[in-house]
Structure formats: C-alpha cells, structure tokens
Design a protein around this ligand. Sequence first.
Ligand code: SD4
Length: 333
Amino acid sequence: MERRKFIKNSSLSAAGLVSASTLAACKTDTKPEVAPASTIPVQTAVKPIVVCTWNFFNATEKAWEVLKSGGNALDAVEQGVRVEEADETNETVGKGGRPDRDGNVTLDACIMDKDGNCGSVVCMQNIVHPVSVARKVMEETPHIILAGKGAEKFAYEQGFKKEDLFTESTRKQYEEWLKTSKYETTINIENHDTIGMLAIDDNGDIAGACTTSGMAYKVAGRVGDSPIIGAGLFIDNEVGGATATGVGEEVIRTVGSFLIVELMRQGKSPQEACEEGVKRIMKKNEGRKDFQIGFLAINKNGETGGYCVHPGFTYREYSENGHENREVTSFYE
Ligand code: SD4
C-alpha cells in the first residue's frame, strides 16, 4: 500500500476505534471496572490512628494531636513528619540530613491524600520542610513532582525561607568521610531514619507522607524511593496505605508501596502484604544480605503491619488503643 493511503486508512480506523469505544461507553453508562476492595469492610474499626516508620515518638504525638482534635489525615501526616524534618539530631531527614558526596544536602519528600492527589519534591536544597513544599506542589500547581532548583525556586515563591541544612555534626562527619570518600550504596542495617507516616482520620479517610535526605554520600542528583509515588508511599482510600524505608533503589524496582496496597486490595492483611512485598524484593536479590528495607502498611480497618529484610525495623502506632513501638518480623533471622 502507498504510504499516504496507509496513513489515511490508519487514521480512519483509529477514528473508528475511538467512536466505537465512545459508543460503548455511552451504551453501558458505567464507570471503568476496577477490582473491588470488597474484602475490606468500608467501616473503619480503629480511627483515628497514625503509624510511622521507626520509633518517632514526637512525630506520632504531633500527628495524634491533629487527629484527636478532629483534624484531617492530610494535616496530621504533614504536621507529624515536619517534627522530624526540624529535628537536627535526625541525620537522614530535613535539617541535619547528611549530604551527597559533593557536599550538598538534598531532600526528597512526598504527600498523598484520600482522593489520590499527590505532590513531591526531589533533590531540593536549602529548605527545612520539603513535605510542606510537596503539599504546595499538590495544591498550587497542575504538577506532581518538582525537582532541584525548580523546586527550590517554587518554595521561595511560596514563602519558604532559605536555610543552611548542614549542622556542626553533619559537617564534621562529611569532612571525615572526605578523607576516604568510600562510596557504598548500601545503608547500614540498624540505622535508618527516613520517616513515612500513614494516618486515618475520624472520617475514615487515609493520607500519607514520606520525607528523607536519602542515602548519605550518594552521587549528586540521586533520588531514592521516598518521594516517588507508588514506591516510597502510596494511598488508596478504598483500601489502605503503605510506605517504605531502606535502600530506595530496591523499593523502586518493585514499586513497593503500590504493590503492597494492591495486595491488600486483593484481600491480604497489611502484615501479609508487607511480607509479600519484601519477598518479591528478595527474589530479585537472591542471597544478598547487605541491605535493609522496611515496609509499613495500614488498611481501611485501621489494621497495621510491617515486615523487613533484617531484624531491627520498628514502627510506631498511636490510636485510642495505645501508643507503642512495634518490632516487626524479618526475612532473615
Ligand atoms: C532512600 N529510602 O533515599 C531512602 C533512605 C531511607 O532510612 O529510607 N533511609 O533510598
């Protein structure tokens, strides 16, 4: 067939396809089919409730205050993780986060609400509260992710102040590190501080946030899983939410948090879903033991669960039932 005729024919048939599908949609007048989350009762059994990765007492306390006074889950998670961003002793989040190998402190964060709205900033410098910039991206722009200098410029436009994110301690550590400049992509197994937080408010609505400075001494420009929707965080208000901590590259390769929420949609408990998530990662890394990953999940009922590669990952939970730091089971003993 001549090329011109072919193009004409194919555009005609494409037009045919469109009108056929439009017709079909008109006829049935139904919403697109999605697998129902029917195994999860709509009523939230435990609410309000907040959970976060690791033992961040003050952050969950702050989120709980918001929830307890009738605030929504989105405000709760933003206010909660901001506590860690401002805490200079937490050296993998916000101010006091460790720098990349070139000496830049670059932050990643994201936030997601009950309607699937989300915002994210990646590789942003000089701003203490990337989670709040991420929320502004979500609410004030038609975009989802802003990166680097663009994110920083946007933050200033939104009224955020420029601040040096180094502390005396992180500057000293960096100078020490420069002596050998040993670059390892693995994260020390015991010590992670990235905060991922999930909350359900009085209305039964779910939101989540995640914020980090990422891996210490990473290659300049590196972005991990934490600000990537679906990897470091995912919320589906019909089902639940999930968040991750640990070596982000492995979480991204498995689209970890989205995977866990989908597994819950299919009927798994948060615990079972987190276990399956870690097992998928370990299947791709058979025999590898030099990295840690921790998943945390909550379902619409307020049931929670977590699982990790190596022992040591905990999550903090706060609801009317109590306030506790829970140790989770792990793939390796
Ligand atoms: C990252 N997932 O940038 C983060 C690091 C982390 O505790 O969780 N640290 O890959």
